[in-house]
Design a protein. Sequence first.
Length: 116
Amino acid sequence: QVQLVESGGGLVQAGGSLRLSCTASRNIFNAMGWYRQAPGKQRELVGSIVGGGLTNYGDRGDAVKGRFTISRNKAMNTVHLQMNSLKPDDTAVYYCAGRVGSAWTFGQGTQVTVSS
């Protein structure tokens, strides 16, 4: 069974930056990414990246476009999420995720809180 371990969450003021990192215990994924879930809302895809480097910034890509950047290592067992110009609306639990076929596996999540 593969484990995903996130790090880098925390409290930041609006306009600040955070970098989330995630490492998988096994190199099995054909894509990795980040989801987030704000209080009272459904979990949503922030963005994902595949082995060739192609990125997808989710259904609400405009919400993070130009502010968030996903990157990964060549082995596709580590993924990062660089978040700049953070807004209070970005406050959520951020989950690292890895995909095998069409099935996503999630980490336990890391809290990101953006104060106004």
